[in-house]
Ligand binder design. Structure first.
Ligand SMILES: NC(=O)c1ccc[n+]([C@@H]2O[C@H](COP(=O)([O-])OP(=O)(O)OC[C@H]3O[C@@H](n4cnc5c(N)ncnc54)[C@H](OP(=O)(O)O)[C@@H]3O)[C@@H](O)[C@H]2O)c1
Length: 255
């Protein structure tokens, strides 16, 4: 059966790799991003793989436009799977002391409100159909407060809890919700950041792990397994010990 998959942030990185993966399954794709030309190139690649594709250039922070477009698309083509992937990162700039305020606000607006703007408009329709699947791209940064990326860590833990709450609420209605917590993935976002990047993987490998987790309707899809486990443990340590252990782990971000 042909599935309809809506992906935000599909113009590059993990979102693009997910679009290409579902295109190979000949899904019907709705791809959102802000960069029209990169989005059009991804759409062409997906069409060449056999998918039917609609693209839309939209900023996920625009609640009214997101709501209107997502509802309109879903009315003509009911969405089976929505992947709220669009995201930004910010952090301490080279030579600076704290992330720039505007960058921090943009991160929270995009990574938190953008996720709500993507998912909320679909909930009434999914509830009435009693089916659907929701994936939210968080990060292992949700498990650990990093001094150089406060807004990013806050945004990713916010959507982790948002997704887990929704999962409990929506499961009795036949709707699956998964939160995805990747480690380092080789994309333009990862390239912005100066840190060591242990266990970094390609966006294609990340997409394959995400798709496998979604197939099993996993609550939290965190990878690579060992890095995610160690990060969770680290985040649970008492404040003084955690800060001492992570004092060498500082980085800068090109905001
Ligand atoms: N790379 C990593 O190591 C890593 C690790 C954990 C989690 N993640 C998460 O994975 C997701 C994808 O990131 P990525 O690594 O693939 O980075 P990326 O290559 O920079 O892709 C980010 C995508 O988000 C879109 N986007 C950003 N702001 C947007 C906005 N306001 N409205 C609409 N689209 C917007 C971008 O589209 P335009 O350029 O067209 O605006 C782009 O398609 C993010 O949520 C990120 O936090 C990444």
């Amino acid at each position: 059966m042909t599935r309809t998959v809506l992906i935000t942030g599909a113009s590059s990185g993990i979102g693009k790799a997910l679009a290409v993966h579902y295109a190979r399954e000949r899904a019907r794709l709705a791809l959102l991003g802000r960069d029209q030309s990169r989005l059009a190139m991804v759409a062409d690649e997906c069409r060449n793989l056999g998918a039917s594709v609609e693209i839309h250039t939209l900023d996920v922070r625009n609640r009214a436009e997101m709501s209107a477009w997502v509802r309109e698309f879903d009315e003509k083509t009911p969405v089976d799977l929505v992947i709220a992937n669009a995201g930004l990162m910010a952090g301490t700039p080279p030579g600076g002391e704290i992330e720039p305020a505007d960058a921090g606000y943009a991160v929270v607006e995009t990574n938190v409100l953008g996720v709500l703007n993507t998912i909320q408009p679909l909930l009434p329709a999914m509830l009435s159909r009693r089916k659907g699947q929701i994936a939210i791209i968080s990060s292992i940064a949700a498990f650990i407060p990093l001094p150089d990326s406060p807004s990013y860590c806050a945004s990713k833990s916010a959507v982790l809890y948002y997704g887990q709450s929704l999962r409990a609420l929506l499961a009795p209605h036949g709707i699956g919700v998964s939160v995805v917590c990747p480690g380092y993935v080789s994309t333009s976002m990862a390239a912005q950041e100066s840190s060591r990047k242990p266990f970094m993987m390609s966006s294609e490998k990340a997409a394959a792990l995400i798709v496998a987790g979604l197939r099993r309707n996993r609550a939290v899809i965190a990878f690579p397994f060992f890095f995610a486990f160690a990060t969770k443990l680290h985040g649970l340590l008492p404040d003084g010990i955690r800060r001492r252990l992570s004092s060498g782990y500082r980085f800068t971000v090109e905001n």
